[in-house]
Design a protein around this ligand. Structure first.
Ligand SMILES: Cc1ncc(COP(=O)(O)O)c(C=O)c1O
Length: 389
């Protein structure tokens, strides 16, 4: 019997990764499976980023760097926060991490103790509750109704805040729902936060460039400068620049928090890979015009998937405003399948990998990613329709 720490016994492996792994296994066995379970853009990483990585290797970017990142990347990230999110910061208040995930992990591990509460809006990104539990914290779910576009209200937030609340995790555009919080909603949330100075906000803006509302991205640290020293904003290049494999995330917030995250990182991974950091400098400082084109392609794919899903009896989905996921309600089919995991296994047999809603703190549905070619999406939608007929 392996001996597991109490901390590890509190967490489970990521269900999104599990479904992707199962789909890969079936494919290796020769089965024709379309994977709509992954959370990464299917576009090629921009050429100028690849060239920068190659040049960096030739120039000797093969060694340790400072733990919180190279000064070049911290400066480029500060530029990104200002230009793309409207957040005033400086390189000294930026930390570079191995993916956005590590930034979130470090912020929670560095600040949450046994008994502390963290408010996590549901449906949630799979890692949020697991990270909170690993730290010994208690997850306080905030159920976001589809009728309100999967967004919580200030009153809902107010009702869940207590003296032990340490963090609110805010993700816009959100995974798995694509929900986007417009400025006026954030201002309402800020009103509540002002009454509770013990609560910090982790604003996960990693999908910010992938919003289809046409409105500029709204984020708390920009909208409410009086709250900025209580907000950690997380961003990166994984989703916006199709660089998931480079493993680079960036975060900015109060100096004390950036310092303790660095302290943790110094004993964990140390610095993110030197070559990846050089590539991320090129991503932030190089041309951004390809993003407009990507957004347009994603928007077309989104419309294709939303129309196809809503045409299947028993399935329905709101139109996601951002990111590249549709969060689909399948409640009318639960009598037939029992639960959403059984439904997803049925879809997998029919050749489509999707992730059950239960992985995201929800139920009776599933998430599909539309980060795939239109022809592939059409085929996947046809398979789903046939499998549920
Ligand atoms: C909401 C959200 N935050 C953070 C991340 C982490 O991204 P990264 O690959 O940069 O660690 C993801 C990735 O799926 C995500 O969906």
């Amino acid at each position: 019997m392996p001996h597991l720490s109490q901390a590890l016994q509190r967490i489970e492996a990521s269900q999104t990764t599990a479904m992707t792994d199962r789909a890969t296994q079936l494919r290796e066995e020769g089965r024709d499976v379309i994977s709509l379970s992954v959370g990464e853009p299917d576009f090629a990483t921009p050429t100028h980023v690849i060239e920068a990585a190659k040049a960096a290797l030739d120039a000797g970017a093969t060694r340790y760097t400072p733990v919180p990142g190279t000064s070049a990347l911290r400066a480029a990230a500060a530029l990104h926060f200002k230009r793309d999110l409207g957040i005033e910061t400086e390189p000294g208040r930026v930390i570079v991490t191995a993916g956005g995930k590590q930034a979130i992990f470090e912020a929670i591990l560095a600040t949450v103790s046994e008994g502390d509460e963290v408010i996590v809006p549901a449906p949630w990104w799979v890692s949020y509750p697991q990270i909170v539990r690993l730290a010994g914290g208690r997850v306080v779910p905030l159920r976001c109704s589809p009728s309100r576009g999967f967004r919580f209200t200030p009153a809902q937030l107010e009702a869940e805040i207590g003296l032990d609340t340490r963090w609110l995790l805010l993700n816009s555009p959100g995974n798995p729902t694509g929900a986007v919080y417009p400025a006026e909603m954030l201002l309402g949330i800020a009103e509540v936060l002002r009454r509770h100075p013990q609560v910090m906000v982790l604003s996960d803006d990693i999908y910010a460039p992938l919003s289809y509302t046409g409105a500029p991205h709204a984020t708390l640290a920009n909208l409410c400068p009086d709250l900025a020293d209580r907000v950690l904003t997380v961003s990166g290049v994984s989703k916006s620049h199709a660089m998931t494999g480079f493993r680079i995330g960036v975060a900015t917030g109060p100096a004390w928090l950036i310092e303790v995250m660095g302290r943790l990182q110094s004993h964990n991974s140390g610095n993110p890979a030197a070559v990846s950091q050089a590539a991320a400098v090129a991503a932030f400082e190089g041309p951004q015009d390809f993003l407009g084109e990507w957004r347009e392609v994603f928007r077309r794919r989104r419309d294709l998937v939303v129309d196809a899903i809503n045409a299947v009896p028993g399935l329905s989905t709101p139109v996601p405003d951002g990111a590249f996921y549709c969060f689909i309600d399948a409640a009318p089919l639960m009598e037939r399948f029992g639960n959403d995991e059984a439904l997803c296994l049925h879809l997998l047999e029919a050749g489509v990998a999707a992730v059950p809603a239960s992985a995201f703190g929800w139920r009776d549905g599933f998430r599909v990613s539309f980060a795939a070619d239109e022809k592939v999406l059409e085929e996947a939608m046809a398979r789903i329709a046939a499998a549920l007929r």
